[in-house]
Design a protein around this ligand. Structure first.
Ligand code: ZN
Length: 152
């Protein structure tokens, strides 16, 4: 397996393997959560809804956004991904996080600002977009390169 791209997002390490289409979050306590796109029509439809033609790109962006979004709101990392890593029962906060991340992801990909009318908690959406786009570009353009300490 090739070396993954490594992004340090606050206390969370995110590793990305483009060749196997896998993304993994490692939390400060060592808990890990891996994710890959699903090979189903439903999943492809979901990607298309968010403005993606590539389910892998959608999945990778989605996992990154969970952390970036929650960190923008002042948390250390994604609460819902952490809960998933521990197989914890999900509650309302987790479902809200998921809905908000999907909304922000659709806005970033399609430019459709109307999706932000849903209670948007981002205080500085344009600054947030610039930061996220920088991360997306880094992981996209140099898949072979390793980032050991990408600072935000
Ligand atoms: Zn999610």
């Amino acid at each position: 397996m090739k070396e993954p791209i490594k992004l340090q997002l606050g206390p969370v390490l995110v590793e990305i393997w483009h060749t196997t289409r896998h993304v993994r979050s490692t939390f400060p306590d060592g808990q890990m959560l891996g994710a890959s796109p699903e090979d189903t029509d439903e999943y492809r439809y979901k990607a298309k809804e968010l403005g993606y033609s590539d389910t892998w790109e959608m999945r990778m962006h989605h996992e990154l956004l969970h952390h970036l979004y929650m960190q923008e709101l002042g948390f250390e990392y994604s609460k819902s991904l952490y809960a998933a890593s521990k197989d914890m029962e999900l509650h309302l906060d987790h479902y809200n996080e998921e809905a908000e991340v999907l909304m922000v992801q659709k806005w970033l990909k399609t430019g459709d600002e109307s999706v932000l009318r849903y209670p948007c908690k981002l205080e500085y959406p344009l600054e947030f977009r610039a930061k996220v786009m920088r991360v997306f570009e880094q992981v996209q353009m140099t898949p072979e390169k390793e980032f050991n300490s990408y600072e935000f």
